[in-house]
Design a protein around this ligand. Structure first.
Ligand code: NAD
Ligand code: TDX
Length: 338
């Protein structure tokens, strides 16, 4: 692959896992990582790639039009994989403004820069960029909530319920419009909940581990019966790779692990793993505490991944039992308790 890929948000959870995976898998590609280093971005996530000659880090904001425009020119960007976002639902309830700015306006800014660099006016792809692709990373939360049955497919109607998911839905629609209106070669993947190393402390699984080892209450919103479809982050990265390289222009692909668990099950499972690795007199389960529910808390997410499985040959490799053990161990090492 003779590509120089602009990766946005590569200092965050999924972006940093993706960059490591990608540089290991394709040593000949070049990656330019544009990240604002918000509270969620962490350069330590990129320790293993930072000295590679084909990797460049740029601290900056996807909303900065002149910066983004100059990056396309200076590095001759051939493709974009767009991870950067405000990503935490609880924050979007408290302070939605930044979600609209980064997730909606930031995505718009990137689309404009790609269009201006890759296309002639009007709608004609410049020869040098005929294979250039804009891959947008999105979420299953755009579909809203499921009841006890059913699965999200690519044709499920959008019905976002939080400012976060509404901002992601808006960005998905902008990406779609640049395909239909300008012929930009876009693809969007909508993935379920990821877990694994390098996830920010604020998210559910790192919260359970951190609270448990600090002997603090483990907060479970509502009755703990809400269901998420958990996917190991590396399996998401492999799905992105396939959709980026082989996905059809203008299409969307759902990615999910066929791994539905309710929140109480997740907390109990992690406590059992901790009971084995770091035993104490009473089980960590005693720390599980039910707290006030999240406003607008979606009940259930579950993905039908048959399109990416059948069209592109994707499947999840990691099983949840081994993936969650690896993840707990990674955090215990990070917190230097083992
Ligand atoms: P994250 O919060 O861990 O990382 C986001 C990164 O984006 C951070 O490094 C942050 O510094 C950067 N960033 C934020 N605003 C920026 C801006 N204005 N300019 C440049 N950089 C900026 O998020 P994540 O969990 O890695 O999610 C990555 C993407 O995947 C997001 O688009 C998210 O919506 C999507 N997604 C996440 C999940 C999940 O379970 N975490 C599931 C499906 C989809
Ligand atoms: O302390 C907690 N207690 C709790 O019960 C936290 C932080 C969460 N929860 C619940 C809320 C959810 O039902 O756990 C579930 C998972 O919560 P989060 O980790 O905040 O994830 P979620 O809201 O499902 O969204 C995640 O998956 C989809 C990511 O943060 C999004 O970026 C992604 O799009």
């Amino acid at each position: 692959m003779n590509k120089t890929i602009l990766i946005t948000g590569g200092a965050g959870f999924i972006g940093s896992n993706f960059i490591s995976y990608y540089l290991d898998t394709y040593p000949e590609i070049k990656i330019i990582n544009l990240d604002k280093l918000t509270y969620a971005g962490e350069l330590a996530n990129l320790e293993e790639v930072k000295n590679k000659s084909n990797y460049t880090f740029i601290k900056g904001d996807i909303c900065d039009k002149s910066l983004v425009t100059s990056l396309f020119k200076d590095y001759n960007i051939t493709d974009v994989i767009h991870f950067a976002a405000e990503s935490h639902v609880d924050n979007s309830i408290e302070k939605p403004t930044e979600f609209i700015t980064t997730n909606v306006l930031g995505t718009f800014n990137l689309l404009e820069a790609a269009k201006n660099h890759w296309l002639n006016d009007p709608n004609q792809v410049k020869q040098a960029y005929k294979n250039s692709r804009f891959h947008h990373i999105s979420t299953d939360e755009v579909y809203g909530t499921l009841g006890k049955t059913g699965l999200f497919t690519e044709t499920t109607a959008y019905a976002p319920n939080s400012p976060y998911s509404a901002s992601k839905a808006s960005s998905d629609f902008l990406v779609r419009s640049y395909f239909h209106t300008y012929g930009l070669n876009v693809v969007t993947t909508n993935c379920s909940n990821n877990y694994g190393p390098k996830q920010h402390d604020e998210k559910f699984i790192p919260t359970i581990i951190r609270k448990a080892i600090n002997n603090e209450p483990i907060p479970i919103y509502g009755d703990g019966k809400n269901i998420r479809d958990w996917l190991y982050v590396l399996d998401h990265c492999k799905g992105i790779d396939l959709a980026f390289q082989k996905g059809k222009a203008g299409e969307t692909y759902n990615i999910g692990g066929n791994n539905e668990r309710d929140n109480l099950y997740i907390a109990n499972t992690i406590c059992e793993i901790l009971d084995d690795i770091l035993p104490r007199t009473t089980s960590y389960k005693a720390l599980i505490t039910f707290v006030k529910d999240r406003p607008g808390h979606d009940f259930r997410y579950a993905i039908d991944a048959s399109k990416i499985e059948q069209e592109l040959g994707w499947k999840a490799d990691e099983n949840f039992e081994s993936g969650i053990k690896k993840t707990v161990t990674w955090y215990l090492e990070k917190y230097q308790v083992i």
